[in-house]
Design a binder for this molecule. Sequence first.
Ligand SMILES: CCCC/C=C/CC(=O)SCCNC(=O)CCNC(=O)[C@H](O)C(C)(C)COP(=O)(O)OP(=O)(O)OC[C@H]1O[C@@H](n2cnc3c(N)ncnc32)[C@H](O)[C@@H]1OP(=O)(O)O
Length: 260
Amino acid sequence: MAAATLARRIGRSGVAVMKFKSPPVNSLSLEFLTEFSISLEKLENNRACRGVIITSALPKIFSSGLDITEMCGKSIEHYTEFWRAVQEMWLRLYGSNMVTVAAVNGSSPAGGCLIALSCDYRIMAENPKFSIGLNEAQLGIVAPFWFKDTFVNVVGHRIAERSLQLGSLHPAPEAHKLGLVDELVPEEKLMEKAAAVMAQWLALPDHARQLTKTMMRKAVLDRLVAHREEDIKNFISFVSKESIQKSLRMYMEMLKKKKS
Ligand SMILES: CCCC/C=C/CC(=O)SCCNC(=O)CCNC(=O)[C@H](O)C(C)(C)COP(=O)(O)OP(=O)(O)OC[C@H]1O[C@@H](n2cnc3c(N)ncnc32)[C@H](O)[C@@H]1OP(=O)(O)O
């Protein structure tokens, strides 16, 4: 692949560390998503690997979510390929047999939040400037049902309903209070804590933990698998609307203006 987005390392403990490295903000482009899914598949098939810690190599940003330029002014074929790659990434991560720990060392809106939500445990740097949440509504777009299902499974229906409707990005302390992240630690302790949590989860017999995880997540995973093509059609029809294209363009302009 042209851009090296990820680094992987499997230690003697059977734990891989995956670091997102796609400057400037780890946005989830088609290339990034494809590389991420392939990396997950390789780790999944590697018997030496029992767990993965996902973090960012960039300062202040875990991931800025789906790459908005992939959803602006592109062909139907491109939207199809892109959305299939988003689905594939989620099916692999949410359905992983490995223990997955997100070490959230920066802001994590929308698709970035989905990645963290799809892990078994989330530890975030206790910096109130870092925020996390499914903010799709703020862009004038709607989080798909499987983003919503993943969110509900973590924080419960009421918190998810309010947070999704408002497109809230929660500063780290609030995210912790809502249960969106499991723990806050000083940024310099993040990886040490992630390794300790990982060791705790890996102390259990794999088969019992894996079957329990499958039992908890299967219904939500099966729902997307059963409606995958319909979900792609919905995405294309939604994102192709001129009103949605306009919202996305305006949002990108707002991001650029913010700088100047
Ligand atoms: C239609 C069905 C549902 C589809 C579901 C979609 C889910 C999604 O994930 S949508 C994406 C939602 N993401 C966001 O709302 C995040 C937007 N970005 C930010 O809020 C900020 O960039 C940041 C907090 C992540 C980082 O702020 P910082 O000040 O450090 O950097 P910036 O100057 O804002 O950005 C640098 C550079 O990157 C571009 N960029 C940022 N985010 C994205 C993105 N998600 N996709 C594409 N490009 C992005 C930004 O425009 C800047 O570009 P330039 O340097 O060219 O100006």
